[in-house]
Design a protein around this ligand. Structure first.
Ligand SMILES: [Zn+2]
Length: 322
């Protein structure tokens, strides 16, 4: 083989290799260029996706929050009422237990007093008010509605009105209490106006005979609801007896009595408008008796007496709900 021929062959072979490598390079570059336009638009959709998704889910959570529905209904008191013939018709139950507390006396009217060495040391009007106010607080805490005929040391008819309409008032310039009927009628009116279910008149006794002592409860038996008044007087009498025993004081039991009192009846047509609810007058102790007076000033007196009043009232409404 001659050398020229072989050189020609070499050149031709080199040209083919060059063509092939150039062609390959063109194909690779072309492939790269072809891919790139597809990749470049990809990052643009991301900001649109985040912006639209964020605000929508938050308001949908609000309707799921109304949780107060499982709140239990308050239990309605349903003590079994004891029917009383002829009386229940006049007593439509309204679910309100309204107590009218009447703290006896007040203002110029001291009530019974205890005198030592010619000086007044105890006044009925003070104990009746103090104990009635405490009783009212306790009853309200128990869920009762309470109205008081007085809440301060005053007459209930201080401006001397002719409350009972009998044309008579206390003499001009004198204390309004001197016409007791007007003052007592004013008390009855307060209880009637409140449509009270029960009247509790709180008093403490006194007598010239200093040996008289103990507790008694009075009711009237001539009213249409006297059976209820008697029931309440019975509860009160029992509660006082138990309370004194618990306190270790041997108070004299003077029992339950039937008597005329302005606040509890009977009716006095033309003279008084009667109270329209059952009730009783309580005489807790004798201020004029040494032992009773010592007890009522003791530390346990308040709890003994007010606790007994509260217990009797609670027991009454357990039988005769308002
Ligand atoms: Zn009295």
């Amino acid at each position: 083989m001659d050398s020229r021929q072989s050189r020609r062959e070499d050149v031709a072979r080199g040209a083919i290799i060059l063509l092939i490598s150039v062609g390959l390079a063109v194909v690779i570059v072309a492939a790269r260029i072809g891919r790139e336009p597809i990749l470049s638009p990809a990052p643009t959709p991301t900001p649109i996706a985040t912006a639209t998704a964020a605000p929508t889910p938050s308001p949908t959570l609000v309707p799921s929050t109304p949780t107060p529905t499982p709140r239990p209904e308050p239990p309605t008191p349903t003590p079994a009422p004891v029917p009383v013939a002829g009386v229940d018709d006049a007593y439509v139950r309204d679910g309100r237990n309204i107590v009218c507390i009447d703290p006896g006396h007040g203002g110029e009217d001291l009530g019974n007093v205890r005198v030592e060495d010619g000086r007044i040391v105890l006044q009925e009007k003070d104990f009746t008010l103090e104990h009635s106010l405490l009783l009212a607080d306790r009853l309200r805490e128990d869920g009762y509605e309470v109205v008081l005929t007085r809440e301060t040391d005053t007459e209930v008819n201080p401006s001397n009105e002719d409350v009972n309409g009998d044309g008579e008032v206390a003499p001009e310039g004198g204390p309004a209490r001197t016409d007791q009927l007007d003052d007592l009628q004013a008390r009855v009116n307060i209880c009637n106006l409140a449509a009270a279910d029960l009247l509790v008149s709180v008093h403490y006794n006194g007598a010239e005979n200093v040996f008289l002592s103990g507790y008694e409860v009075w009711f009237n038996d001539e009213r249409p609801f006297s059976e209820r008044s008697e029931a309440f007087a019975t509860f009160m009498h029992e509660a006082l007896g138990n309370a004194y025993a618990e306190a270790g004081y041997e108070a004299v039991d003077r029992g339950i009595g039937i008597e005329d009192h302005v606040v509890t009846g009977p009716e006095r047509p033309g003279e008084l408008v009667p109270s329209e609810m059952p009730g009783a007058v309580i005489e807790g102790l004798f201020l004029s008796n040494d032992d009773d007076a010592a007890f009522i000033q003791s530390d346990v007196a308040e709890e003994t007496l007010v606790g007994a009043y509260e217990e009797a009232i609670t027991r009454y409404f357990g039988v005769y709900p308002g």
